[in-house]
Design a protein around this ligand. Structure first.
Ligand code: IMP
Ligand code: MG
Length: 191
């Protein structure tokens, strides 16, 4: 097994980890992630007071963020899941396919797209176009990470926990070839 973080407890404390052929170091520790999520969920509760939003968790990467975000959101809300596939290894393929998990009742709803990371924005734009056909009342975007320098779209990102460097990130839902999603902090590729 070449993924050291699978040997859980002791490795979780390490600030540098190896996943397959790459080395990563801690970039955003757990306490900073929690604090940012509290801040964003407070904003969301303010914005969606008296509404019944649909959190749309973009799988696979956003599962951990969406879970922690929703735990902080009190008030009526639903969750839906949609799978976006666009990324192989470290290079974006440009094409995005969506697969809904169960029935998504988007029509007339206030939708909050929950993303792990917005990079070029291609996934987000394609998802927005896909959702618009389902006639939502509104669509807003909430992301844990935003690579502002890499962003190629004009669509505003409404809620951002962290603007990051334009480097490959891992952990807290984000993977490198399927691994690293279970790490509780966000890591960055070592040069
Ligand atoms: P975009 O379409 O270029 O914005 O890329 C969006 C998707 O690519 C994200 O939802 C992630 O699944 C993946 N992705 C982008 N950057 C990274 C990264 O640094 N690490 C891991 N996955 C990434
Ligand atoms: Mg994603």
């Amino acid at each position: 097994m070449d993924f050291q973080a699978l040997h859980l407890q002791p490795q979780k404390q390490q600030s540098v980890i190896q996943v397959k052929d790459k080395s990563f170091r801690v970039y955003i520790p757990q306490d900073e992630i929690s604090a940012a999520i509290k801040r964003i969920s407070a904003e969301l509760m303010q914005e969606y007071k008296g509404k019944d939003p649909l959190f749309l968790c973009v799988l696979n990467g956003a599962f951990m963020f969406c879970s922690d975000l929703m735990k902080q959101f009190s008030g009526p809300a639903e969750i839906g899941f949609i799978k976006a596939s666009s990324y192989v290894g470290m290079a974006t393929t440009g094409k995005v396919a969506f697969q809904e998990a169960g029935t998504l009742n988007v029509s007339g709803r206030d939708v909050i797209i929950v993303e792990d990371i917005v990079d070029t924005g291609n996934t987000l734009l394609a998802l927005r176009e896909h959702l618009m056909q389902l006639k939502p009342q509104s669509i807003k975007v909430c992301t844990l990470l935003f690579k502002k320098e890499a962003y190629q779209q004009s669509l505003p990102i409404d809620y951002v926990c962290f603007e990051t460097e334009n480097k490959f990130l891992l952990g807290y839902g984000l993977d490198y070839d399927g691994y690293g999603r279970n790490l509780p902090e966000v890591y960055i590729l070592n040069d």
